[in-house]
Ligand binder design. Structure first.
Ligand SMILES: [Zn+2]
Length: 745
């Protein structure tokens, strides 16, 4: 999986704590590191690794794990493979056909494309979604747009429901797995998901093979395991899926869906949608297909859908490699990327994996030449990410105690692309990310990565080609640090950040490639990647240089380069957003009530295409945010005070004080966990960042409060405002104590 968004990065603001001499030594080391990064290496590895299907359980995915292991060893790393036994449904048969008003056979494997040599290799699994519920159903079809809560409300106002029917949703708007989950909750007995050309087909570019966008036969595979409840192996929530682990029965696993679901192409979807009757779909339901979108549900369009899978446990091969630290061997800097794919996976994930291998080769070379990192560096090539972060989550759950007592950061990449650096993660590392992006050159323009990102943001805002929020635009215009985004889910950092509380980062280039067009299809191939995404893997090398610097600077610093006022400022922005959300909701509730009492909905409705009144909802009350606001104020003061003292005196600490300070900062981010977790999903324990229950990959910040307001659980909003305040207070206290160590030495 991978995500993109234009939000990212820059310059040395108030605090440039690094000493000039140390800085020069770093620059020398980094120049040697850069010299060992090779796009040619990456091209050769990518070609080999993407030459055959790489789904979980496939021979080539295992072969890749073994070749990654051999490479780490040959570069001097202490490496091994750790195997987990995970539930992974392999499709045995998939069937989708139109039965009424005509019989049309649909579905099946995506056809080969002559220009793409790997599109015809043997062993590729057909289009499917993992962890749907097997079944064989025939029913009337209803079009549900993105299949999100507001879409069901729009359907209800038009007198259409999905009870006993098959829902067809388009990709986009929210995470894939929410579509069948919500269809199931609304009573549907089956679900189809199709790729509308508006999102990633001719709506965005020429289609493959002329261009890189999704062809009409392309299908997006994916997982629909309910990761908003918990990711990882559905049978072993909270514990590692070792061979002898206690396991749930499959029917008891909350994250496996009950209804059969398949993804289809827009060629197939056209066959269905063009025949749908029933009411006109609202304007926002229309995609880019050349037809009038209808809602269906009139009994005239019947679809037959059947899926059968083989549900045995499969081995997942995580490659674990270490370079031991010389000074702080028990402080770990972790860095990972997955190696399993839906099919070939040249873009997702292998382009990121080969960038990671380049870093490992370069670090190995420095090590062989006598350099020793101060902290231990741990590199991880995960298996079974695609079915729902299985390899990384099971590793995190198995080693939870050790990781929480040793690791200080987890840095993730996934598929890479061409264009601009995107970075998200724990905001105490925002300044470091900006510093690194200042020191790496953009391969196409020769300016720094951060300068290019700034220019892009300023031009996009001026040309109005992309929304750029005010805060980011101002930073870009002022040459200040660009804000990094918040992490939701969709790749392997989830367990490390949201379950274990480790500071985490996720990075990648994108915005100018066409990887979205072949995302999770057989056409995500070496040919596509080297033609349309990152020809010559120049951005592969740039990614290695960015991530390698992050690893080096954290591993080799006397004290990890965190700047807590960035975190404090960001949390304060989140509080402003949540406060405004509650106010806006209250205004909206009042307007709805007035429209209802005035009978305005009925008066505005077109009798020939009637739309019913909005569903009545209780008024959003005032949420008790005072304690949280106080905690955010205190955090701002504590963070600024700490940063100022560290900038002034951090370089000259006595060894004993340094040791004490480092111990206090290593696990400070874990203070942001509340062991009780989030409502109805206790696996997610982070009080600042979570994947949204109704956005999936998209982050919800201050999730306990924000989602409670959105979902009208007003009791929870008050409860969680207090819990967030408590974790922030603990965090501030730790910063105060850390400052006292520096001041008092
Ligand atoms: Zn991926």
């Amino acid at each position: 999986m991978r995500i993109r968004a234009l939000s990212a990065f820059l310059a040395c603001g108030l605090f440039c704590a690094t000493q000039p001499l140390a800085r020069a030594a770093d620059a020398l080391l980094e120049a040697r590191f850069d010299a060992a990064i090779s796009s040619e290496d990456q091209l050769a590895w990518l070609k080999e690794m993407s030459s055959a299907p790489n789904h979980v359980g496939s021979p080539h995915d295992k072969a890749n794990a073994e070749s990654i292991l051999a490479r780490f060893k040959s570069w001097g790393w202490d490496a091994h493979i750790e195997v987990f036994q995970v539930l992974y449904p392999t499709p045995v048969s998939t069937l989708v056909e139109l039965v009424k008003p005509a019989r049309v056979k649909l579905g099946g494997q995506e056809p080969r494309i002559a220009e793409d040599p790997t599109s015809s290799v043997a062993g590729m699994l057909p289009p499917y979604v993992a962890f749907q519920g097997d079944g064989d159903v025939s029913a009337d079809l209803v079009y549900v747009n993105y299949g999100l809560p507001e879409d069901y409300e729009a359907l209800a106002r038009r007198g259409v429901d999905v009870k006993g029917k098959i829902a067809i949703a388009r990709y986009g708007g929210g995470w894939r797995g929410l579509k069948p989950k919500l269809a199931q909750e609304h009573g549907a007995i089956g679900c189809l998901i199709y790729s509308d050309p508006e999102q990633d087909g001719y709506g965005i570019g020429d289609v493959y093979p002329k261009g890189g966008a999704r062809p009409d036969t392309g299908v997006q595979r994916g997982s629909v395991a309910d990761m908003t409840t918990y990711p990882g192996d559905p049978l072993t929530p909270g514990i590692g899926a070792t061979a002898d682990a206690p396991r749930l029965k499959r029917e008891d696993a909350k994250t496996i869906l009950k209804i059969p679901t398949l993804p289809i192409s827009y060629r197939d979807a056209t066959q269905l949608l063009s025949r749908l009757g029933g009411p006109h779909a609202p304007d926002n339901f229309a995609g880019a297909l050349p037809l009038r979108y209808h809602l269906g549900g009139d009994g005239k369009t019947v679809v037959h859908l059947a899926v059968k899978s083989e549900w045995s446990l499969k081995p997942a091969y995580d490659v674990v490699a270490m370079l031991k630290g010389s000074q702080y061997p028990d402080q770990w800097v972790m860095r990972g990327n997955h190696h399993d794919a839906w099919v070939m996976g040249a873009g997702d994930p292998l382009s990121g994996n080969v960038a990671m291998l380049s870093e490992a080769k370069a670090l190995g070379k420095l090590y062989q030449e006598g350099w020793r990192p101060k902290r231990t560096i741990v590199y991880l090539s995960w298996d079974a990410e695609e079915p729902m972060l299985l390899g990384s989550t099971e590793y995190a759950e198995t080693h939870a105690r050790e990781l929480q007592s040793r690791a200080l950061v987890y840095i993730n990449t996934d598929g890479n692309g061409r264009g601009f650096l995107n970075a998200s993660g724990s905001h105490e590392y925002q300044h470091l990310v900006n510093e690194v992006a200042k020191d790496v050159k953009d391969p196409q323009t020769g300016v720094s990565v951060i300068e290019r990102a700034r220019s892009k943001l300023r031009v996009a805002a001026f040309d109005k080609t992309q929304p750029v929020d005010e805060r980011t635009l101002k930073a870009a215009e002022d040459g200040a640090d660009l804000p990094i985004g918040a992490l939701g889910s969709g790749s392997d950092y989830s367990a490390y950040l949201q379950h274990l509380g480790l500071a985490s980062l996720n990075l990648g280039f994108g915005g100018e490639d066409e990887g979205d067009g072949v995302y999770h299809s057989i056409y995500d191939s070496f040919h596509h990647f080297t033609t349309f995404d990152d020809p010559g893997l120049q951005y592969g090398a740039a990614l290695s240089k960015v991530v390698g610097r992050l690893v080096l600077r954290i591993a080799d610093s006397d004290t990890p380069p965190q700047r807590f006022s960035d975190f404090a400022d960001t949390v304060s922005v989140y509080l402003t957003e949540v406060t405004k959300l509650a106010d806006d909701r209250r205004t909206q509730d009042a307007k709805r009530a007035k429209l209802l009492s005035d009978g305005a909905f009925n008066q505005a409705s077109d009798p020939l295409n009637p739309v019913g009144p909005a569903i009545d909802k209780a008024t959003t009350p005032r949420i008790e945010l005072a304690a949280l606001a106080n905690a955010v104020d205190r955090l701002g003061k504590s963070a600024k005070a700490y940063d100022a003292v560290f900038a002034e005196k951090g370089a000259g600490l006595a060894p004993q004080a340094r040791e004490k300070l480092n111990a206090m900062l290593r696990d400070i981010s874990q203070l942001l966990l509340d062991p009780r977790g989030l409502p109805e999903r206790e696996w997610y324990r982070h009080m600042i960042y979570a994947p949204g229950r109704f956005t999936g990959y998209g982050a919800k910040t201050l999730p306990g409060v924000r989602e409670a307001i959105e979902e009208r659980r007003f009791e929870d909003a008050n409860t969680y405002a207090a819990r967030v305040a408590a974790v922030l207070d603990a965090y501030s206290s730790r910063l105060d104590a850390a400052r006292a160590v520096i001041v008092g030495q």
